[in-house]
Design a binder for this molecule. Structure first.
Ligand SMILES: C[S@@+](CC[C@H](N)C(=O)[O-])C[C@H]1O[C@@H](n2cnc3c(N)ncnc32)[C@H](O)[C@@H]1O
Length: 308
């Protein structure tokens, strides 16, 4: 690219893809082609497939300059999702900014498990009018970040009202835009606050049919050892779970029985190696406590229910 600028050589889309993927691969980036396509697609305002439909297109100077700026950010270690402002989650694209965690595949596994269990619960009876002023089922996503869990729940349960909470107003603003973009904002209420507090403040105690959360769960002492892409770019607030990593999980589990309707479901993501601790916290509070694996086969999800 440096040579390009000085010699003014022209580049087609395909030539630039090939050059950039080799360059990123040389620098040790594992998904060099995919990341090149995402960055170039973003620079040109095209979908990845459209790049190949225009592979002979000669790029304008300002398009090359735009791509170079994005590539430099990626080479400096910034996650590609922050560079492009977009992350995929369960086949949809969501806006992400440095104020929110980049959604992970294990959270897709959490949502799949949660949707199945909530679906079973809601199928058992029509949970109408169990919370003041709410006609349909009530679901909650605690620590919503970009809103991926709340938005997906709203899509999967079209009669449900979803409460999306976060301590970060900046994160709630991103979640609001994602809810709007997907067309579910009318059924999502955003609430700023800690743990389950916003639910009680809304008068929902005893009226929530499902609580789903991917809270911060990294041990404070492990924060410094995280990969730099995570530690230096993702919000500490989204990661640091306190001295044993369980601060948020503990609060949600202990408060869940008071917040849930009878038979209501809790589905929580936790960190590698925390399954026993999370099970021990949940066993006295909930029935049918189960641990589920993520797609990599690691124990990462706890589910339980409030006894009828
Ligand atoms: C691990 S991120 C999850 C974001 C999103 N739900 C996802 O799965 O991609 C945790 C989120 O919880 C928020 N958070 C941290 N502490 C919290 C607390 N005590 N109560 C509510 N939200 C909290 C953070 O701001 C962050 O957005």
């Amino acid at each position: 690219m440096a040579t390009t600028a000085t010699t003014k050589r022209t580049w087609t889309t395909l030539e630039l893809i090939n050059w950039s993927k080799d360059y990123l691969a040389e620098k040790g980036f594992e998904n060099a082609r995919l990341e090149t396509e995402l960055l170039l697609g973003h620079a040109l305002g095209l979908k990845r497939i459209e790049l190949y439909l225009q592979y002979e297109r000669v790029l304008a100077e300002r398009e090359l300059a735009g791509f170079k700026t994005l590539l430099k950010r990626r080479l400096a270690g910034e996650p590609v999702q922050y560079v492009t402002g977009t992350a995929g989650f369960m086949l949809a694209d969501f806006e992400v900014t440095p104020d929110v965690l980049i959604p992970r595949p294990e959270t897709e596994a959490l949502v799949e498990v949660a949707v199945e269990m909530i679906g079973e619960r809601l199928g058992e009876e029509a949970p109408v009018g169990t919370a003041p002023g709410v006609d349909g089922p009530v679901l909650a996503d605690i620590g919503t970040g970009s809103g991926v869990i709340a938005v997906t729940l709203a899509q999967k349960f079209p009669a449900a009202k979803v409460i999306a909470t976060d301590v970060s107003p900046e994160a709630l603003a991103v979640a609001a835009r994602n809810a709007e973009n997907v067309g579910v904002s009318e059924r999502i209420s955003l609430a700023e606050g800690t743990g389950l507090a916003p639910l009680s403040e809304m008068g929902l105690a005893g009226g929530v049919h499902g609580i789903v959360s991917n809270p911060p769960y990294i041990l404070s002492g492990d924060m410094a050892g995280l990969p730099t892409e995570v530690r230096d770019f993702e919000p500490r607030l989204a990661l640091d779970g306190g001295s044993d990593g369980l601060d948020c999980l503990r609060g949600i589990i202990e408060g869940a029985p008071g917040m849930l309707a009878d038979g209501g479901i809790v589905a929580l993501e936790f960190g590698d190696g925390q399954a026993d601790a999370v099970r021990a916290l949940a066993a006295p509070m909930l029935s049918d406590v189960s641990i589920h694996r993520d797609y990599a086969g690691r124990d990462r999800i706890m589910t339980g229910r409030k006894s009828d």
